[in-house]
Write a protein that binds this ligand. Structure first.
Ligand SMILES: Nc1ncnc2c1ncn2[C@@H]1O[C@H](COP(=O)(O)OP(=O)(O)O)[C@@H](O)[C@H]1O
Ligand SMILES: [Mg+2]
Length: 363
């Protein structure tokens, strides 16, 4: 089982220098609004992903008035301890180390100690367009499949090069078809790998989502998940040729796996329009549990779960069901936050699980 045994934060957001020990499997972090609960979960996320969950820059994490930050923590996995640290130097240079060795590429750390975060704003996964769901899927597959990760890094790099070429060609009014040919070849090869892997994973993921939706909501509903790519009909090589004129005119690449659709439906309507608040929350949990289940299956151990502002999300009954599932079946180490200790206590008393409490922000 994967666990985080402790964490030390230095000049990280509202933490000047604080250490926490996590001895149990269920850790409840409570404290007033603004006390630093979310920041602490994000620091745990940093140790896993080398970056913030919320997409903010490293420099924004530095405590106001300071320079640089440091996060260190010990993961334990299969009886081995893995000291892990993230440092942002005063110079702005970031370092990521594990077991005393600094990584040359941070991507090599990805997926070693997986965590799954569930935060209030995640409802955007359902309410927004495909882009955010593509990112969700990419994050998952990048952790379980290094070929996917490498292909995605290549794809994004070449896509950027191709787009700058298209812009430059317009400015200079000069085409370099040989260069474009080379870029297209590279984009096709990386894009095809990603397409095939997404295509293979989509039905598996859909199955998981539907099962978890039923489990969380307790009611059978017509939920659907669709993956749709232009590459299903034509090779990316052909598409790039077809779009070439259009791409020159619009000065960017208008076909490829960065245009793939990932749709969530309820009764064949977009879930964001059709679903109630409660249904959306159930679906959000279903997506996250599907993510956790996939990681468990591919890694052979459960990811750490980070549940921010738990009672914002579900009514107590659904929440109890969900926590039961997480604790009994997934056997994940679970961090959860709330403003009130008693609420957490009550739920876990009902389940009959031992919880460690950490209060933060008391003066
Ligand atoms: N770079 C920073 N330096 C110092 N304090 C920060 C920084 N970024 C955020 N904070 C503080 O962190 C607090 C919010 O912490 P947060 O973890 O979101 O609280 P909550 O317990 O409500 O989840 C705010 O008081 C905010 O001022
Ligand atoms: Mg918070």
């Amino acid at each position: 089982m994967l666990r985080l045994n402790n964490i030390t934060l230095t000049q990280f957001k509202n933490y000047s220098q604080n250490s926490f020990d996590f001895s149990g499997n269920i850790i409840a972090i409570y404290g007033k609004n603004g006390a630093g609960k979310t920041n602490l979960l994000d620091a745990i996320h940093y140790l896993s992903f080398t970056k913030s969950y919320f997409g903010s820059q490293d420099t924004q994490q530095v405590q106001t008035g300071c320079e640089g930050f440091r996060i260190t923590g010990d993961f334990s996995l299969k009886e081995n301890i893995h000291p892990t640290n993230i440092v942002l130097r005063e110079s702005g240079k970031k370092e990521v180390g594990c077991n005393g060795v600094l990584y040359e590429k941070f991507s090599a750390h990805l997926g070693r100690f997986p965590v799954v975060m569930i935060a209030p704003d995640d409802i955007e996964l359902i309410n927004s367009g495909s882009e955010i769901r593509r990112r969700f899927l990419d994050t998952l597959l990048c952790q379980t499949d290094t070929d996917y990760l490498q292909a995605l890094i290549r794809y994004n790099r070449v896509l950027q090069q191709r787009n700058s070429y298209l812009k430059q060609a317009a400015v200079l009014k000069r085409k370099d078809e040989d260069l474009l040919e080379t870029l297209d070849e590279q984009l096709s090869s990386a894009g095809t790998i990603i397409y095939e892997k997404r295509q293979a994973f989509a039905p598996v993921f859909k199955e998981l989502i539907l099962n978890y939706y039923l489990e969380v909501s307790g009611t059978p509903e017509k939920v659907d998940f669709f993956y749709e790519s232009q590459l299903a009909h034509q090779s990316l090589e052909t598409l790039l040729k077809q779009y070439r004129e259009k791409d020159y005119i619009l000065q960017r690449t208008n076909c490829g796996i960065h245009k793939d659709n990932l749709d969530l439906l309820l009764d064949q309507q977009p879930f964001k329009n059709r679903g109630s608040q409660g249904q959306k929350k159930s679906l959000l949990f279903a997506l996250k549990l599907a993510e956790a289940a996939t990681l468990t299956q591919k890694k052979g151990f459960s990811p750490i779960l980070l549940l921010d502002d738990v009672f914002e999300k579900l009514d107590t009954h659904r929440m109890t069901n969900l926590l039961l599932h997480i604790c009994r079946q997934m056997k994940s180490q679970l961090f959860l936050t709330d403003t009130h200790r008693e609420r957490i206590e009550a739920v876990f008393q009902q389940i009959g699980m031992q919880v460690d409490f950490i209060e933060i922000g008391k003066d």
